[in-house]
Design a protein around this ligand. Sequence first.
Ligand SMILES: *Cc1c(COP(=O)(O)O)cnc(C)c1O
Length: 403
Amino acid sequence: MGEKRFETEVIHSGYKSDEFRGSLAPPLFQTSTFTFDSAEQGERRFAGEEEGFIYSRLGNPTVAMLEERMATIEKGEKALAFASGMAAVSAILVALTRTGDHILCSQGVYGCTFGLLQLMKEKYEINHDFSMMSTREEVLAAITPETRVIYIETPINPTMRLVDLEMVADVAREKGIPVVVDNTFSSPYLQNPLELGCDFVIHSATKYICGHGDVIAGLAVGPKEIMSKIAMTTQKDIGGVISPFDAWLLLRGLKTLPVRMDRHCDNAEKLAEYLSGHPAVEEVIFPGDPKHPDYAIAKKQMRKPGGLISFKIKGGQKEAQAFINKLKLIKIAVSLGDAETLIQHPATMTHAVVPKEAREKMGIKDNMLRLSVGLEAWQDIRDDLEAAFEAVRKESTMESGSI
Ligand SMILES: *Cc1c(COP(=O)(O)O)cnc(C)c1O
């Protein structure tokens, strides 16, 4: 099969039904190990002289199908699947660095990635810095002679600021530094960093790729040679591999990714507009808003502005918490990209591990909320938000004694 369009590849790539007795759905190889015909065959497999499976930590057919499909849709050479997004992040960062090296990060990263960077610094003296990366000059100024990795999230969780991937990749190429992009917020449907010149892409597949809130998993895509080495070292020996069943669920989830993303994005656009006009809202941060500081970058590198909205409520932590407590349809939960609309309070949840000072520097204020827009009818999501705003307003007017 030659190159097909994205919507076709998510359904067909990586799987040939005629190789599996015509089974339309990819089979689930729920097995820990694989038997050899003979001692000599075992010897050849271990020596790498014969293709074939050995043990599911080293490779599994269902997992291999997922990896092939993922490499195709992220337009990379080779993908590896992991037990979690963090297993993917840590495998790539550990593989690309050694003691004394420096990692340059976007101004804001996932809370546990922040924790991992801290751990690498304390235990292995691998340092890091954060940069807005708004201009070439800013990126160049932040690179040190020890910089071995540029690590970017865009859109950044949860501040929704963007980084111009083509520009950073261009600077990094001149310096010979690989660029790693956590593409979780966009999914491969909205943004393909490898096509923009970056070197590695990471996903928390837990989010949009799964899409149904029932799997924890990670994926990484990159150059064949390095990824094969990672498979046989960091992944095999540290061992954060995906289970075959979770890989099977991801193969299933991927089939509907474009359809789901279109709805997530359409709903988000309508809800961002609703929130922008609300008197109880101080600020809405959505890359599809022409007033967003990085709107031009969103237009340039994303197919659509995504399904996540951050917004600041008038007041502080107390007001933010009171508001989400009044929601009924929208669930209070971390994670994102599910069919259900989810809301969370980054300062006390996903980014509670980041010290307040660093948090504020990243732009995460106590009155900020992050909404992962689901697949429900957008009017029902809006009505739930409106009812919660109204309930909070009523309570506060009662408290102030004006009724
Ligand atoms: C959730 C998330 C991760 C971590 O993924 P897990 O699957 O929870 O380990 C990393 N990066 C981003 C942007 C995320 O949203």
